[in-house]
Design a protein around this ligand. Structure first.
Ligand SMILES: Nc1ncnc2c1ncn2[C@@H]1O[C@H](COP(=O)(O)OP(=O)(O)OP(=O)(O)O)[C@@H](O)[C@H]1O
Length: 270
């Protein structure tokens, strides 16, 4: 059985007063964030607000210009970044696979974090069973033997989430997972994420989106970014409010929550 990442004693992830400066421009300024096991964060902001820049730091794909980032208790810049990445489930929606692997095979490549299966490493029966269990949780068992080129975008998205979960990461990072999905595919994806979070209470996640409608009901916290700065962060009840979302998007909107899900509409001028 594949072993899980070592359990850090503190938070899974901690960013303190982080700046990212490129070509003399602040893409992030003074952003702090602390993520504990079982927390599911939404990272919200308009185009260009800095969401992907922040997610790249959290996924140990880049370093801050100033400030510190600790992932699984280890400080970026002081540890082998490849070793750290092995414990993070980072879903890249532009997965560069060109061969006709089946859903099961794609999910199993998560063990080696490779695009193609490693010809020298054969998965154990336990690992295959784990892959099949994740495929079931994400609701794509029906397509388990289907080839990658024949999958819909929604099926691909769910396959990649199952793949990212193969090494049993502590933290799952999702960059706009619902983009381009039709209504049914989006709802299936969000239901899959809710189920995953129920089945794995220790897992934490960060999901980037522009749209509140794309947040699973199991979202617990949010960080709102505007022009690289944090407008608000904390539990959803305190952050996904009409006032703060309007400020984050620099546009008057009205936020509602019904059956655990959020919706945003332009506020009607009085
Ligand atoms: N390497 C870079 N060098 C210079 N500017 C960059 C670099 N990467 C991103 N930017 C700029 O930084 C800003 C933030 O980009 P980022 O991709 O983090 O925003 P985002 O919130 O994810 O946007 P979107 O919702 O459009 O994906 C943008 O103005 C972008 O053009």
């Amino acid at each position: 059985m594949n072993s899980a990442a070592p359990v850090p004693s503190g938070p899974l992830l901690e960013a303190e007063a982080v700046d990212v400066v490129r070509d003399g421009r602040y893409l992030l300024r003074g952003v702090s964030l602390r993520i504990e096991p079982g927390e599911h964060w939404a990272l919200l902001g308009a185009n260009g607000a800095g969401k992907s820049t922040l997610l790249a730091l959290l996924g140990a794909l880049s370093h801050p210009t100033h400030g510190t980032v600790r992932v699984l208790g280890r400080r970026l810049g002081r540890v082998d970044i490849r070793e750290l990445r092995a414990h993070l489930g980072h879903v890249n929606p532009r997965h560069p696979l060109h061969s006709p692997l089946t859903v099961r095979q794609v999910v199993l490549t998560g063990l080696t974090n490779s695009i193609e299966p490693d010809p020298f490493r054969h998965p154990t029966p336990d690992q295959v069973a784990h892959a099949e269990q994740l495929i079931a949780t994400l609701g794509i068992s029906r397509r388990i033997d289907a080839a990658w080129p024949t999958l819909s975008q929604g099926e691909r998205g769910r396959t990649l989430i199952a793949r990212a979960l193969m090494p049993r990461p502590r933290l799952l990072l999702l960059d706009e997972p619902a983009t381009g999905l039709d209504l049914t595919a989006r709802e299936q994806l969000l239901a899959g994420l809710d189920e995953l979070r129920r089945d794995h209470p220790e897992l934490a996640s960060v999901l980037v989106t522009h749209h509140l409608e794309e947040l699973p009901g199991s979202t617990t916290h949010a960080l709102l970014l505007r022009d690289g700065e944090c407008v608000a962060r904390g539990p959803v009840a305190e952050t996904l409010t009409t006032e703060l979302i309007s400020s984050c998007f620099a546009h008057p909107v009205r936020i509602t929550r019904e059956d655990g899900r959020w919706a945003a509409r332009a506020a009607v001028p009085r």
